[in-house]
Design a protein around this ligand. Structure first.
Ligand code: ZN
Length: 930
């Protein structure tokens, strides 16, 4: 049968349209879990470790999240970023082992268990400590398992079976050993110090455990009668102080003044109704604060006898305002550089046990530090008249007692920002208690060594360096003791005779051995003191310390029990956490490691911001703007969340919400389409088709040049840990360079050229490379989709893109001159496509193939490309080069008829007898067969 000219033949079957089984729709919430099961079945992690043996190691040491509750979006951000960095290092040729861990001890878990007790009407203090610790351990174990599954679902790869936890026996033993190092090197000491104390939780709190809220405090003005002073007119006058903590009056031991401040000696000649002042009083108040004092204390008519500098009060002695009621000691007046005239009276009452300035001034002058307040916030017998009263309920009693002594000048209330426990939300107090400290500036010189280590560390972003250094420079000695039960005990004995801790390496060894076998519970078992003190020591002579160590010390020690014991390098290559960890984990890890190893535990520190909602507000249940990772997984899948992380500038705060997720899903759809088109266009591709580099057209070589640039970008990020902008650049490459340019141009050759045409083979040679490059480059981020796109082309029961390295990109593909030339060609192409677009909008043409435009070029550029290549690049059927002083494009319709197969419009169409509907190229292609 011959073709009948009356029935034009259908050539659709002769065109090579893309063909692939890779679905258009991601369906990630359904496909991802199946992929995870496959990886578990393949034991991908073990295989990666086995095949990476001997490579240069890369270790990102995991900062442990707290095993308490489901993951939130901040956890997801942190672990995804870590995972991308690990996977990229691995694919760049390193051995990137990663051991995820958990922080398991500490107050939040203890508090939760206690809350459950309270709900059931049980008394925590009646529960044996080992039972209580067992319940805390069960609680932490439960949440560790929940979080582990949630992290795995995010696609995070790591040694999940051999994860670390601070409550593992090995860890507890190592932590005790680390404390032992500080004990033996002398940096650990016990001292009385005012610490932030939570009377509700009965423990000292770290700065990181404090939050500030408005609080209404009762206030008072108190009179301190001067018993002794340089000038005769001052003796018998009253120094007036103001305080927002009336309960600290029993702990008062001095009054501070500013040597340069002007004080007025005021003679009271009249008072308002209700005022506690008396006519005839002689008062000392800062001159600048006198007007405020007048109002607050109801001071009426008065005269200023004289104005004196604070320095004149040096050596003066006052009476305690409760003199005669058990407080008969002298109260010295002392110069204090912290005294200001911003509020109060210009005098500061000093209770050395209840404030940092108070403590330091007291220590400088050898003042006693009375222990006036118990653990639970009630007064001790060292506060005569108030014993048993709770400090927050004591103000009326103190007012009454002072009224009785005639020393109460005024009372009031003040709403101010006050420290609260972040856990119980209850106000805290400053309280002097015996605590264990690590000295910052002793012979061990931890502060100096830490600052030196900071100078040698790489910070991403760089601003982290100063942030950490300024905190280290200003911090006091490290208080590592907590009066709680769920943690690692400070394994120390104190001699009852000398009050000195016992520094015996044999005890530490026994403790470490016991903890390794039985956990830190060993410290609480009957007979522990005798067991650890060893033979020859009488337990009755020693106090066994029952404080536990601050959890920041524990997490700061993780390097010690995770890195060397597993054969991982120390220091780690990278620590990566939120920017709040400058005062948390980075800080404690640095101090701990410098104290025991002399160096930082990290070579580089990377910080990321926090996650806010789409309007830049903090997420909160009450605002209803919380994005939970679990919901994102259900709606979109992990790859979308991962894409969001890597499309953000993680050095800043990140935003997320329904609109942003929708945008990321759209971006994902475009990347997926790129992969799908690549797969379809490579249908049936074989190695034999490839052409050597030297035989590739310029357009193909330009694409390969672009790959060298992206490869460089990725490898630089692997070394610098700065990934900002890397993945947006890859998307841009896919969208602008590939989809909208290269693919668009080559569709004609791919679909319509003869199967063996060099142009088509050149293109498929490059598409093959693109598929390999994109699958591997995307694999660290789109862990599921990259795997899917890889297996769609290379189906293999045992295979995975994650077992591969990034493609080797030959240096020879780099061609800057070619890149410059093609940048110019794309500019000029823009002129042409703009003209074509005008013609299309005007309805002159439907597609660019109906055009044969002209491009006028200056002589120097006339030979950039021959006209037939310009036609290819501009996707037109014809093209003319003209000459002009400046480049300009002009539209012209293509002469001839439309080829039924490729749709180009050419004069030659109709010339063939056998295929009158085809152009010459298509005729050859059809004749040659598929
Ligand atoms: Zn054709």
């Amino acid at each position: 049968m011959t073709d009948s000219p009356a029935e034009p033949r259908d050539y659709r079957g002769t065109v090579f349209l893309p063909k692939t089984t890779f679905p258009m729709k991601g369906d990630l919430p359904k496909r991802e879990p199946a992929m995870l099961e496959r990886w578990a079945r393949l034991d991908l992690w073990r295989r990666l470790r086995a095949q990476s043996k001997g490579r240069e190691p890369f270790v990102l040491h995991d900062g442990p999240p707290y095993a308490n509750g489901h993951l939130h979006i901040g956890h997801a951000l942190n672990k995804i970023l870590k995972d991308v960095i690990n996977r990229a290092a691995q694919m760049a040729g390193k051995d990137a082992d990663y051991v995820p861990g958990w922080d398991c001890h500490g107050l939040p878990i203890e508090w939760k268990v206690e809350e459950e007790y309270r709900a059931r009407g049980r008394d925590k203090d009646a529960v044996p400590v080992l039972d209580f610790r067992a319940e805390c351990r069960a609680y932490a174990t439960h949440w560790l398992e929940v979080q582990r599954e949630e992290f795995i679902r995010l696609g995070v790869a790591g040694d999940w079976t051999n994860r670390y936890a601070t409550m593992d026996f090995e860890s507890e033993a190592a932590i005790a050993g680390e404390i032992g190092k500080f004990l033996l090197n002398g940096s650990l000491y016990r001292g009385l110090r005012p610490v932030m104390w939570s009377p509700v939780e009965k423990t000292a709190l770290a700065e990181a455990e404090i939050e500030y809220h408005d609080h209404v405090s009762p206030t008072l003005h108190a009179k301190f009668r001067l018993l002794k002073a340089g000038a005769a007119d001052l003796v018998g006058a009253d120094v007036v102080i103001w305080t927002t903590t009336p309960w600290t009056i029993p702990g008062n031991r001095a009054v501070a003044y500013g040597p340069e401040i002007d004080y007025a000696l005021v003679h009271v000649e009249g008072v308002s109704e209700g005022s506690l002042l008396k006519v005839g009083d002689r008062l000392l108040v800062a001159l600048a604060l006198l007007p405020a004092f007048e109002k607050e204390a109801g001071l009426g008519a008065h005269s200023i006898r004289r104005v004196l500098k604070g320095a004149e009060l040096a050596g003066a002695i006052a009476a305690h305002p409760l003199r005669g009621a058990g407080y008969d000691f002298d109260v010295p007046l002392l110069a204090g550089d912290f005294v200001t005239t911003e509020a109060g009276t210009g005098f500061v009452h000093i209770a050395p046990g209840h404030g940092e300035d108070d403590f330091n001034l007291g220590r400088a002058h050898g003042l006693p530090i009375p222990e006036t307040v118990n653990d639970d916030g009630t007064f001790t017998r060292h506060a005569p008249g108030f014993e048993g009263l709770h400090v927050f309920k004591a103000h009326t009693a103190i007012y009454e007692a002072m009224r009785g002594c005639g020393t109460l000048a005024a009372t009031g209330r003040l709403t101010h920002s006050y420290p609260h426990s972040w856990r119980s939300k209850k106000p805290v107090i400053f309280r002097a208690t015996p605590q264990w400290f690590i000295a910052m500036d002793d012979a061990n010189a931890i502060r100096a060594k830490a600052l030196d280590a900071i100078a040698k560390t790489r910070f991403v972003p760089e601003a982290g360096r100063n942030r950490l250094a300024s905190m280290i420079a200003a911090r006091p000695d490290w208080c590592i003791s907590r009066q709680r039960a769920w943690g690692v005990p400070i394994p120390v004995f104190v001699s009852k005779q000398s009050g000195e801790p016992l520094r015996d390496p044999a005890i530490i060894e026994r403790v470490v051995e016991a903890f390794r076998a039985e956990g830190a519970d060993a410290w609480y078992k009957p007979g522990a003191a005798a067991r650890f003190l060893g033979p020859g020591r009488d337990p009755a002579q020693y106090e066994q310390v029952m404080d536990i160590v601050d959890v920041w010390f524990e997490s700061g020690s993780t390097h010690a029990f995770v890195l060397p014991p597993r054969g991982l390098p120390f220091p780690a290559d990278l620590y990566l956490e939120g920017s709040d960890q400058h005062r948390g984990w980075f800080h404690s890890s640095l101090l701990e490691s410098v104290g025991t190893n002399g160096v930082a535990p990290f070579k580089a520190v990377l910080t990321h911001g926090f996650v806010l909602d789409e309007q830049g507000r903090k997420m909160s249940k009450s605002l209803g703007n919380v994005t939970a990772p679990q919901d994102v997984l259900r709606q979109y899948g992990a790859d979308i969340l991962r894409l969001w992380v890597m499309n953000s500038d993680t050095a800043l705060d990140l935003r997320i919400g329904p609109e942003i997720l929708k945008q990321q899903a759209e971006l994902y759809r475009r990347i997926r389409n790129t992969l799908r088109w690549l797969l379809g266009s490579l249908d049936g591709f074989t190695e034999a088709e490839t052409l050597p580099y030297g035989e590739l057209p310029e357009l193909e070589r330009w694409v390969l040049h672009r790959l060298t640039e992206l490869d460089r970008r990725i490898r630089t990020a692997v070394e610098s840990h700065d990934w900002t902008g890397v993945y947006p650049e890859i998307h841009h490459f896919c969208a602008a360079d590939l989809s909208a340019f290269y693919f668009d141009i080559r569709k004609d050759a791919l679909y319509c050229d003869h199967a063996d045409s060099p142009r088509r083979r050149a293109c498929r040679t490059v598409l093959d490379i693109l598929h390999r490059c994109l699958c591997t480059w995307l694999a660290p981020v789109l862990v599921f989709s990259a795997e899917e796109a890889w297996l769609a082309r290379f189906p293999d029961e045992e295979g995975s893109v994650h077992l591969l390295d990034f493609m080797f990109i030959p240096e020879g593909w780099k061609d800057e001159a070619l890149a410059a030339k093609w940048a110019r060609i794309r500019d000029l192409r823009g002129l042409v496509t703009a003209e074509l677009e005008k013609a299309r909008v005007a309805g002159v043409i439907g597609s660019s193939l109906q055009a044969a435009p002209a491009l006028a070029l200056p002589p120097a550029e006339a030979a950039l490309l021959p006209p037939e290549q310009w036609a290819e690049i501009c996707i037109t059927s014809g093209f003319a080069i003209e000459e002009a002083a400046a480049p300009a494009a002009r539209f012209a319709p293509a002469p001839g008829a439309k080829c039924a197969r490729c749709w180009r419009v050419l004069p030659e169409v109709g010339a063939s007898a056998r295929h009158p509907a085809l152009c010459r190229r298509c005729e050859e292609a059809v004749e040659a067969g598929p």
